[in-house]
Design a protein around this ligand. Structure first.
Ligand code: GCU
Length: 337
């Protein structure tokens, strides 16, 4: 009995020592950038390598490597290899993942104010969208994650979202009646579909293809580059450009890891992120047009419905939010010149 207790004690001591060493190495690695040694940061996202947002992150990783003379490395894990967007955000909070790129819609559960971006027809045009994102509203929302372990780095253009469906195009909101439409994990996105008469079905991005194929949903909605890169067009042949929302992408960093970095490493990462924004905005414009051309060539029917009917059909959603912080923020956004 005594022997058994002693061996348990021994195992406990060894395990404890191992764990302490592992934690210490983690901190050392994080601090080591300051001293010129290597620091490896994992970045995960759900898009394919062929997606323009992936190219922007590769650009950011190259800039970090260049600025730090190779002492800081960003390793990118695309295609949801490390989990869905919500799972990646949770890993960010725990310090298990350094960086992720997610839709602002997936952030809604962590930074409630981000919900505003999922409202239909919020922005007048691309210029208004960027004016808001780079102005006080966008900056404050990026900072709002600090209290929940999320350090916001920057926004990326995610264009405008439109419906794609299997059986028929969506030319008018009434075409959505009775259709099951996949949406992101966002209350506002779900309410928007319900307001238009459809049945919203939240599903992680990586599971949409199978959901479409197996008829679990009748359609989904996204921007042209994502519709193309995900190959959802192989199953859903109608793309109706109603452009109901412009939900930006957000690049976020784990606060738990960020606070352990040297000020120099923080500066390199912030600079690289900022430079990747300009690169991504430019690339986004080109790739959106290119995606539409490719989709048309692959046999997708692209419709350009009048948006007035959709604006009218979604108006009750905004009215139902009257008096809430989201409605107040939406008014500020609409008033932004
Ligand atoms: C966009 C967005 C992604 C998101 C996806 C979705 O493509 O950029 O971050 O995952 O929409 O519909 O889930």
């Amino acid at each position: 009995m005594k022997r058994q207790c002693l061996s348990f004690l021994f195992v406990g001591v060894v395990l404890g020592a191992l764990l302490t060493t592992a934690a210490f190495v983690g901190i050392l690695r994080a601090r080591s950038a300051h001293e010129g040694a290597s620091l490896v940061l994992k970045l995960a996202h759900v898009q394919d390598r062929s997606h323009p947002v992936h190219a922007a992150m590769v650009f950011m990783a190259q800039r970090v490597a260049g600025l730090s003379s190779g002492t800081v490395e960003i390793q990118i894990f695309p295609n949801g290899q490390l989990g869905s967007e919500s799972e990646c955000i949770e890993q960010i909070q725990r310090g298990a993942l350094a960086i992720t790129k997610t839709s602002a819609a997936a952030m809604e559960g962590f930074v409630p104010g981000m919900a505003v971006f999922s409202l239909p027809y919020l922005f007048r045009d691309n210029e208004h969208y960027w004016q808001v994102l780079s102005g006080p509203i966008g900056r404050d929302l990026l900072k709002a994650g600090e209290s929940v372990g999320i350090h916001g780095l920057c926004y990326y253009d995610a264009g405008s979202r439109s419906f794609y469906t299997i059986a028929k195009p969506v030319l008018d909101p009434s075409d959505l009646r009775g259709l099951k439409i996949r949406v992101m994990q966002s209350r506002i996105a779900m309410d928007m579909i319900t307001t238009m008469g459809g049945a919203p079905t939240p599903i992680p991005f990586g599971e949409i293809y199978t959901a479409l194929q197996q008829g679990m949903v009748d359609g989904a909605e996204n921007n042209p580059p994502s519709f193309l890169a995900s190959r959802h067009y192989e199953v859903a042949k109608y793309f109706s450009l109603d452009e109901h929302s412009r939900v930006p992408d957000v690049v976020i960093f784990s606060r738990a890891i960020w606070t352990r970095l040297s000020p120099q490493a923080q500066a390199w990462i912030s600079q690289a992120a900022e430079e990747s924004v300009a690169f991504q905005r430019q690339l986004w414009q080109e790739k959106t047009q290119e995606a539409l051309d490719t989709l048309a060539k692959t046999g997708v029917t692209i419709a350009r419905p009048q948006t007035a009917g959709f604006t009218l059909a979604t108006a009750p959603l905004l009215e139902s939010l009257e008096g809430t912080p989201i409605a107040t923020m939406a008014k500020r956004i609409k008033a932004t010149k």
